[in-house]
Ligand binder design. Sequence first.
Ligand code: FES
Ligand SMILES: [Fe+2]
Length: 382
Amino acid sequence: MLQQKSLDWADTAPERAMTLPARYFYDPKVFEAERERIFYPAWHCVAHLSELRQPGQFVTFDILDQSVIVSNDAGSLHAFHNACQHRGNRLTNERRGETGPVFRCGYHSWCYGRDGALRNAPRTERLPDFDKTQFGLKPVQLEVLGSFVFINMDPDAAPLAAIAPGAEAKMAQYLPDLADMRLISEVDVIVPANWKVIMDNSIEGYHFGLSGPVHKELAALIDFKQYALEAHDKWWTYIGPPNGDVDSAYGVPLACATWQTDWFFNIGIWPNTTFYCFPFADICGTFLMIPLEPEKSLLRFGYYGPAGRAMPEVTKACIQWMNQQLGPEDIALNVTNQKGLRSFGYNQGRYLIDAARSNESEHLVHHFHRLVHQAVRPALVP
Ligand code: FES
Ligand SMILES: [Fe+2]
């Protein structure tokens, strides 16, 4: 008889370790444990500060069955749950918008200030002891890291700086214009794969020279021998210096172009936020793997560029190359990877982890799996 695959994973020395068992990538019980123990209490990147510069501007961020609004009220930012305090109606479905003086609930017109306080609730003068101050929108933690706005629904969550100490300084080192960015575009792609399949793909260089042609193009833009992947507990970096011999990138000559950094810079923050810059491109990209279902994720590509500066041709070409070439080449791998994980003929493989933690070593994948395992395992043992 065919057996249900095991969830047991021996957290042994990385060089000898077997990969996280396949069931972690599709089992609804694992997904439920991740929801409770990873995503609800996590810091989520929702926008860059520039998207909330003007009073009245707001963004919403949806994660699983939750939705959070971040709003600018007279210059200060507030985050609250996107649920009216009358009968719970969701207040807005817009990803970004501008509110008037208030957020008005579409059901019975309760109106909330941009700070979340209840301002007006029709007919409630008929109620005994109705106290408006008791019915403000429920607040959510908010922090800024590297000029990006993060929220956390867990009131007891540790500050982002404690989770990713040193991450902000590292970003500033490679992305000098972080504070002065504006949103260029945001592209959402639904991928039929578990969120970790996408993450695993993004944090190893083993497949660069061995998968598709676009990956080889990327590897050729950097001094791939110097590509270094480094884990720091709940954050990690993978960074490569530029290949000094190239004079064009993404099909465009580099002459006269300006850029944020000529390095290939990536930084991941637990559990699912990545900031990056491609070599010779004047952008900071965000790459978010937002889980939807055990085997379905929303991949959100945000592109931010320096405000008030014309976008160089090479940067335009880079964004197009990411959306139309590298992204799809990786997504195709995510989809086939997800299918294989389901096979009765697969459960675990060996990580390619070498003693030197080289440019092709999968030590970040192991590190990430260990964090996931530590977070969910207690909920899965009977
Ligand atoms: S549910 Fe919002 S006003 Fe009634
Ligand atoms: Fe890739």
